[in-house]
Design a protein around this ligand. Structure first.
Ligand SMILES: Cc1ncc(COP(=O)(O)O)c(C=O)c1O
Length: 362
């Protein structure tokens, strides 16, 4: 896989630039991006891409900032506490739910995460986004992209990273700009200074370098090669429709188990909002729910340690800001048969936990 990698070369060399251009073009094809949309590579993974958008584009009008998981809330905090935009409406929901989408005003800029990775709640569609809008939509789609058919005409800025649905090595962020976002970038300059790593503009115009195989600073050509490998695998697997199907089949296998298992349920209450990649589950058995939160976390971590020690499952505890529970990745790189093979182990781990808890109580 690494035989043709441009490692050790400058990313500005002909070989390096060819790799970055190939990466942008393959991503564009796989995502079926409209020709008029720009796609570019930025530093600092998805966080870098989101921050570049927030710092470069916001501030000229009010912002509606939606949040229903830890990442949405972190963008809210940045917009309110760091950028200190005064006219911000935070439309939030607890873990498991979506905020009231009918309240969103599309004459304001609207910031949201498509798939709340830490709550397992996704947007069911983009129908709630107005076609006729004067504000921009800024969508952090990092755990949705490639697993959801994103409605590009509804999205002005979309960001993601390589390590989620495609399982590439983490490193750089991707940013997709609609023509309206490019216009905003060129016509508007925020009142705050923008650090170089977050800057999308050069001499008053969109920085074409970022969107044509250049980069703000030196990218890892090793990670680039890994992402190219992931893209080729995705093409061979059948492109985005096949990736979506793989996620849906993984989710269906897990959902069937949840359905027949009395002690577990989805954190996402409405079926249409259940993420097919980042599946968040809560333990509903009374002996568990009646414990205080620190104890429930301890139990979850004990369960995860049991499975990890057996080499069965890794990193399946819920995100630290979410309610204590499990988060099982069902992205396209996961084999359904592996997922199914894990389920009896989960049952076993749960029984061990339950028995120990009951004995301690005695
Ligand atoms: C919705 C969402 N936004 C942002 C991030 C942060 O991504 P990165 O680590 O690529 O910066 C994550 C990571 O899981 C995420 O799921």
């Amino acid at each position: 896989m690494l035989a043709g990698a441009a490692t050790g070369r400058s990313h500005r060399s002909r070989a390096g630039k060819a790799k970055l251009t190939e990466l942008l073009e393959r991503t564009r094809l796989l995502l079926r991006l409209p020709d008029s949309y720009r796609i570019g590579l930025v530093p600092a993974s998805d966080t870098g891409a989101v921050e570049a958008a927030l710092w470069s584009l916001l501030g000229g009008r009010g912002v509606d900032c939606l949040a229903w998981d830890g990442f949405g809330r972190s963008w809210q905090r940045d917009i309110v506490d760091e950028l200190r935009i005064s006219d911000v409406r935070c439309l939030s929901a607890d873990y498991g739910a979506l905020p009231d989408l009918t309240e969103v005003d599309f004459d304001r800029d609207v910031v949201f995460v498509w798939n709340g990775t830490t709550s397992g709640v996704k947007l069911p569609d983009g129908d709630w986004i107005a076609d006729a809008r004067t504000g921009l939509t800024v969508c952090d789609a990092t755990s949705a992209v490639y697993s959801v058919d994103l409605p590009w005409p509804k999205l002005d800025v979309t960001t993601f990273s390589w390590q989620k649905v495609l399982g590439g090595e983490a490193q750089h962020g991707m940013i997709v700009l609609s023509p309206r976002a490019v216009r905003r970038l060129e016509e508007y300059t925020p009142p705050w200074p923008i650090p170089k790593v977050l800057r999308l503009k050069s001499k008053g115009r969109v920085n074409e370098d970022i969107f044509s195989g250049g980069a703000t600073n030196t990218p890892s050509l090793l990670c680039v090669e890994d992402y190219l490998d992931a893209l080729r695998w995705a093409e061979m697997a059948g492109g985005q429709p096949a990736l979506m199907q793989r996620c849906a089949q993984n989710f269906a296998a897990l959902a069937a188990w949840v359905e027949r298992t009395s002690w577990i349920d989805f954190l996402a209450t409405l079926p249409a909002t259940r993420s097919t990649t980042s599946v968040c589950l809560k333990i509903t058995a009374p002996w568990f729910t009646e414990q205080p939160a620190p104890k429930r976390w301890e139990l979850v971590h004990n369960l995860c340690s049991l499975l990890e020690a057996e080499g069965v499952a890794f990193d399946i505890a819920a995100y630290r800001d979410a309610p204590p529970g499990l988060r099982i990745w069902c992205g396209a790189t996961v084999e359904r048969t592996d997922l199914v093979a894990m389920l009896p182990w989960l049952e076993w781990g749960y029984r061990v936990l339950q028995t120990t808890a009951i004995e301690i109580k005695k």
